[in-house]
Ligand binder design. Structure first.
Ligand code: ATP
Length: 261
């Protein structure tokens, strides 16, 4: 691990990040550090700035103030995009152009091949990614024929095909059926066991809860919590708890956290 002053260099270091979309300030001094091998959940209510924060991390939203370093390199000088797999929010693998599942996943490998034709190792990485998300048997199918959950699995396989050290996923479970959620949770478990660093935007921890090391909660473009995931006792102990737990018993009073809504 690269170190300075004996301290490990974070994989993601976002400091004092300020960004606006149009005239609207969306990030207002966000600090977010993710260490090697950590699994961090970015939580918060709709519109709190989660997607904008991860889009800033992958260089898609310019910062008006603040600093971003990836693997210890300032964004301006960072070229090593093959170390990062990014699954954006609510997209589909279908672009209107007919493409097979394998073609879409192979496209994820291009950051490593630098647009050269795929070699044997590349094809093996694509096969492995397809297997990881349980889509190997659909490799030759058109992506237009897939369900929402299968699309999401293909997009995650596309991100995994590059064999990233850092995986960034924006609401990977949104609109995904329960069977696909279980497969995705298993996929992520394998990545984490293999040493991957993970930043996830989540609306709720759900089946990924056991994997999460730390939660960063945004509210109105500011970090309002950075620490243990707000699970069970820890969450309920936090002030202003007003998040409704969907798994609460029907006759139970909703448990709420001010952190997530
Ligand atoms: N292209 C845009 N132009 C102007 N405002 C935008 C744009 N995209 C997002 N916003 C606004 O920026 C704020 C933060 O949006 P963002 O998508 O980062 O929030 P979020 O926490 O990810 O929300 P969600 O959980 O709904 O995805 C919201 O108020 C949103 O309406």
């Amino acid at each position: 691990m690269t170190e300075t002053d004996g301290r490990p260099v974070p994989v993601i270091s976002l400091r004092g990040a300020t960004a606006s979309l149009g005239s609207r300030p969306v990030l207002r001094g966000v600090d977010l550090a993710v260490g090697r091998g950590e699994v961090v959940a970015l939580l918060g209510a709709n519109g709190s700035g989660k997607s904008t924060a991860v889009r800033a991390v992958v260089g898609q939203v310019p910062l008006s103030e603040g600093r971003l370093e990836l693997f210890g390199t300032p964004l301006k000088r960072f070229r090593d995009w093959a170390r990062i797999g990014y699954v954006p929010q609510r997209t589909t693998a279908a672009s209107g152009v007919p493409a097979t599942v394998r073609e879409v996943v192979s496209a994820g490998r291009l950051a490593r091949t630098r647009l050269r034709p795929l070699g044997r190792a590349d094809r093996a990485a694509v096969d492995r990614a397809l297997e990881l998300v349980g889509m190997a048997d659909r490799a030759g199918d058109s992506v237009n024929a897939l369900s929402g959950g299968q699309h999401q699995r293909v997009l995650i396989a596309r991100a995994l095909a590059v064999q990233p050290e850092l995986l960034i996923m924006d609401e990977p479970m949104a609109g995904v059926d329960v069977a696909s959620q279980e497969i995705l949770a298993g996929t992520l478990r394998e990545q984490v066991a293999g040493g991957a660093t993970v930043l996830l935007v989540l609306h709720e921890l759900g089946p990924l809860e056991p994997l999460i090391d730390r939660a960063v909660v945004l509210r109105d473009g500011c970090v309002v919590h950075d620490g243990p995931p707000p699970r069970a006792v820890g969450q309920h102990a936090l002030p202003g708890h007003d998040h409704v737990h969907p798994h609460a018993a029907h006759d139970a009073e909703p448990i709420r956290t001010g952190l997530l809504s």
